[in-house]
Ligand binder design. Sequence first.
Ligand SMILES: CC(C)(COP(=O)(O)OP(=O)(O)OC[C@H]1O[C@@H](n2cnc3c(N)ncnc32)[C@H](O)[C@@H]1OP(=O)(O)O)[C@@H](O)C(=O)NCCC(=O)NCCS
Length: 184
Amino acid sequence: MIETAPGPWPELRTSRLRLRFWEARDAAPFAAQNADEETMRFLGGPMTRAQSDAYIIGTREQWSRDGFGKWVVELAETGEFVGALGLQRMRFDADFTPAVEIAWRMTRSFWGLGYATEAARAAVAFGFETLKLDEILALTVPQNLASRAVMERLGMRLSREFDHPLLPHPHPLCRHVLYRLGQG
Ligand SMILES: CC(C)(COP(=O)(O)OP(=O)(O)OC[C@H]1O[C@@H](n2cnc3c(N)ncnc32)[C@H](O)[C@@H]1OP(=O)(O)O)[C@@H](O)C(=O)NCCC(=O)NCCS
């Protein structure tokens, strides 16, 4: 059994946002976000409350195991829950692994405000400057244009398409695009 949350874990600040470790009060807004069909369109469909809670436990375990993971993103001014974003080790074997990816999932009412890109820039800087990573990758399905736009705003380069090894093949979401960002 992995011990969770021995912290303190690093927090990041941007002009509008705080990236912080998970707390009990995040479970309800995160479950609401994960129950939204549009938000989960490219992520395997809506989650139940139990699945969302299990995802938080998995995220806390990532921090304990690796020393990094996905943060809660909240509005710095009000503390309102905006989403989840951070760095994680790839969970499968491929010719580009072992590797660290950046991942994001924002609450729909906060889309279109630049929050994902703002938080992601802070996470990328943390990855290169604090974790001393050589490279950060990102994955999504080709049709997730909003997510690809964030990758491109970060300066990530499209590397290629591949079939996700953790999804059955054929599967509507099995085809993925791989983006890469090197230091400097
Ligand atoms: C992917 C996702 C995080 C992108 O969110 P987003 O809000 O579109 O991305 P950004 O934070 O970069 O916001 C960019 C938009 O904010 C606008 N914007 C408004 N104010 C801004 C500001 N102050 N600074 C920067 N951009 C601003 C930009 O013009 C851009 O608008 P556009 O989409 O019309 O071009 C979001 O769509 C999401 O959570 N999707 C569901 C989950 C998902 O698919 N996750 C990815 C799995 S791989």
